[in-house]
Design a protein around this ligand. Sequence first.
Ligand SMILES: [Zn+2]
Ligand SMILES: [Zn+2]
Length: 130
Amino acid sequence: MQCPKCPGTMETKTYGRKITLHRCNECSGLYCKPDVLTEMKREWMSEIVLDTGSKKVGQKYDVIGDINCPECGIPMDKTFDRHQTHIWFESCSQCEGMYFDAGEFSDLKRDTFLDRVRDLVRGRRPDAAT
Ligand SMILES: [Zn+2]
Ligand SMILES: [Zn+2]
């Protein structure tokens, strides 16, 4: 599979039993489907194993906005995570594939963890008030 952002090749990577995605051998961009993303958020250490690219390289490629889906070849939409609206990524309206620049999934995952911690703190607050 050809990387939509650079001349590199998207290689198939697996982690655990449920995670299969594609990672570019040049820019380390990640391409996966929503159900795989859900598993990646759940799986301990998945960002260390899968999102190996340098954040600097990712930021360089993040400015490339208009890319085509590596599977369908149609233009992908720039979209943001429903829960973490500051994290933007490309998604395909046809196959629902998603493309993350190097480092973006690590951001997403870390924020997911922090949100969970914040929720816990918030949940405890009424008790502390009494
Ligand atoms: Zn690439
Ligand atoms: Zn597609």
